[in-house]
Design a protein. Structure first.
Length: 250
């Protein structure tokens, strides 16, 4: 009788152990499946949203639409509302102006006397940047030793497309862009009451179309060996298309 009770207890204990063994994997596996199904997809979706928020603003930068350029020009101030500085009023040539290079050092433009000069307002994030950087580099390489000097003035007035700071940041940007485009000066305004006197003078001598104000990035002024602006080119003019005019003046 005693032996029968002991065997019954052993059988019950063994049966309970088997039931617990079967239940434990289910209890352990269930939270793992919940974690995988609920947490991981949320992380992936958040990451995708972050990627979109970062990429889309960067890829939307462009300045190829000339209509938007005109509206931006109005916002920055046209030449009709500018107050002409005495320096610009009294200037006889670009040689009368002193500007600052990208490191803040004063430069008298008289140093360019006897050279043909091309003055350009540049920007780093414009739809016109890549072509102009390349073609201005080509112009400098072709005519630099023959008497052409390219003067580049960074300007952030059009679409805020020249965010780089003066100095080393500007030098590094141009180096990274492989833009060996000539001499680079401090950032300036080209329109409005804060427009650089040099640009007030250039616009007064070569008014362009639809008013004298600069319409967009990469407007170009060609200056003869006497320091007199003789021609103005639209932002969309390919720099190499100016070559024939440069050759006549060299």
């Amino acid at each position: 009788m005693a032996n029968g009770r002991i065997n019954l207890q052993r059988n019950n204990t063994s049966h309970m152990s088997q039931l617990l063994t079967k239940r434990r994997p289910q209890q352990l596996q269930q939270p793992q499946r919940q974690t995988y199904m609920t947490v991981c997809p949320r992380v992936q979706l958040i990451d995708k949203k972050r990627i979109c928020l970062v990429l889309f603003p960067l890829t939307s930068v462009s300045c190829t639409a000339h209509t938007s350029a005109t509206s931006n020009f109005k916002a920055t101030g046209s030449n009709n509302s500018e107050i002409m500085s005495e320096e610009a009023k009294n200037a006889k040539s670009i040689y009368d102006f002193t500007v600052k290079d990208t490191h803040g050092e004063e430069v008298s433009l008289e140093k360019y006397k006897g050279n043909v000069v091309l003055v350009v307002n540049i920007a780093s994030q414009c739809g016109l940047t890549k072509n102009n950087y390349k073609k201005l580099t080509d112009l400098r390489e072709k005519y630099g030793d023959k008497g052409l000097k390219i003067l580049n003035f960074p300007c952030n007035q059009f679409g805020s497309q020249m965010p780089e700071a003066d100095g080393e940041a500007m030098v590094c940007h141009l180096r990274d862009a492989k833009a060996d485009i000539g001499d680079v000066f401090q950032k300036v305004d080209v329109n409005g009451n804060n427009a650089a006197p040099l640009y007030q003078y250039l616009k007064a001598k070569q008014t362009g179309t639809l008013g004298s104000g600069i319409k967009w990035n990469f407007t170009k002024f060609l200056v003869d060996k006497d320091g007199i602006p003789v021609k103005r080119y639209a932002p969309t003019t390919d720099p190499m298309d100016i070559a024939k005019d440069i050759e006549k003046m060299l």
